[in-house]
Design a protein around this ligand. Structure first.
Ligand SMILES: [Zn+2]
Length: 400
């Protein structure tokens, strides 16, 4: 069945090859546009069959008139931690009165998550994915990392795999609560992550990630992070890295060295880090997570500096109970424009096409014939309203 969607005041395709589109700002814009979406099977994913000006739209079996709204690719949230129990709103409140974040609060989420049974975690997870979808996010990457035992990490990955294909093993999130600071205790945990835990995780994950942050006593240093990522790569997983969040550090260089798809946070970067990321364009994306800086009252990463250097940039939420409990990609776009020097068009690109690159996906993050009909619609005539009207729930997934 073919469905014609009209009444699209502005279609941001993020497709740089679309004929007749306005490519000046990188969004591949069409005005007064139409789409034809084909249903391959009943009740399952649909495919984009035609894109163009409304005046040239072909006939279809069914038509939907959006009445003058903006349509864009569904947001790709390439960094989240959605499998957890408990919340840390009190920690947030304490932080707002001056308490500093150093990664230590994760321990409380670990104990709540371990204590929750599968059905409880599943219900919490599904509600969070629904919440994202209701705000226009059509793809989400989900990490483990609150289990930190073979049993609990595997359980988290299995549950994440019920709702997304983009599942990331993050046994190297933090040292488990109760681990001593001695080199022997640290290396015993790294050995576990690289050994039995990785073995159990591999069938359930596509990615391996590590929190490489020597500035936090809870996270991993350069050698530990390299060991964990190398083991994951040897097991067939693809690497991505949490790096340079709390202070300058080795995360970016390690990500580039290992050909990681993405290095996430990138808040504190040296000139050499920016150069390395520019040289790795096409391979390693810098994923910026401004909800974290917002929620931890920290300086924002300098997106302008990265874009001007030619770095591939993505935006994602890092939605997690400790450092950013927002699932709103619209908020990330608004922050990126207000605080990080991105233009609205650059921010929308980073939240769609850029984040798709960070997941090594070329089927999503743009509106193109043959691709999935993963679309977001705005209760507004232009994408400009996303940063212009922050906090207003304009975006939702277009359900066809
Ligand atoms: Zn994260």
């Amino acid at each position: 069945m073919a469905i014609l969607i009209t009444g699209i005041a502005e279609l941001a395709t993020c497709d740089d090859e679309l004929e007749g589109a306005d490519h000046a700002d990188g969004l591949g814009l069409l005005h007064d546009a139409a789409l034809v979406v084909g249903t391959e099977h009943e009740d399952v994913a649909t495919t984009i069959k035609w894109v163009g000006p409304a005046t040239g739209a072909p006939a279809a079996d069914w038509a939907i008139d959006l009445g003058g709204k903006a349509v864009l690719p569904g947001f790709v949230d390439s960094h989240s931690h959605l499998v957890y129990a408990g919340d840390r709103s009190a920690e947030f409140a304490a932080r707002m009165t001056g308490q500093r974040y150093d990664g230590g609060g994760i321990a409380s989420t670990v104990s709540a998550t371990r204590a929750a049974d599968d059905d409880t975690l599943r219900a919490l997870l599904r509600a969070r994915v629904d919440e994202m979808r209701a705000q226009g996010t059509t793809t989400v990457e989900i990490k483990s990392g609150y289990g930190l035992t073979v049993h609990d990490e595997t359980r988290m990955l299995r549950l994440a795999g019920e709702v997304t294909d983009e599942v990331t093993f993050l046994g190297g999130h933090v040292l488990p609560p109760g681990t001593g600071r001695s080199a022997g205790e640290r290396s015993a945990y790294v050995d576990l992550v690289c050994g039995r835990m990785l073995q159990a995780a591999t069938p359930h994950a596509r990615w391996v990630d590590v929190f490489c942050e020597p500035a936090s006593p809870h996270a991993f240093d350069e050698d530990e992070a390299r060991t964990i990522l190398a083991a994951g790569i040897a097991a067939g997983l693809l690497p991505r890295v949490h790096g340079n969040q709390l202070a300058p550090g080795p995360g970016v260089q390690l990500a580039v060295e290992l050909g990681a798809a993405s290095v996430d946070h990138c808040t504190y970067l040296s000139d050499a880090d920016v150069d390395a990321l520019a040289g790795a364009a096409g391979t390693t994306v810098a994923t910026l997570l401004p909800g974290v800086e917002f929620s931890t009252r920290s300086p924002y990463p300098d997106a302008r500096r990265l874009l001007d250097a030619g770095v591939d940039v993505a935006l994602a939420t890092d939605c997690n109970p400790g450092t950013c409990s927002s699932s709103s990609m619209s908020l990330m776009i608004a922050l990126a424009v207000r605080e990080m020097g991105m233009t609205p068009a650059e921010a929308v690109c980073a939240a769609t096409l850029g984040a798709a690159k960070a997941l090594r996906r070329d089927d999503i993050g743009r509106v193109r014939v043959g691709g999935p009909a993963d679309l977001a619609v705005l209760d507004a005539p232009s994408y400009l309203h996303l940063p212009y009207r922050p906090g207003v729930p304009l975006a939702r997934t277009l359900e066809v």
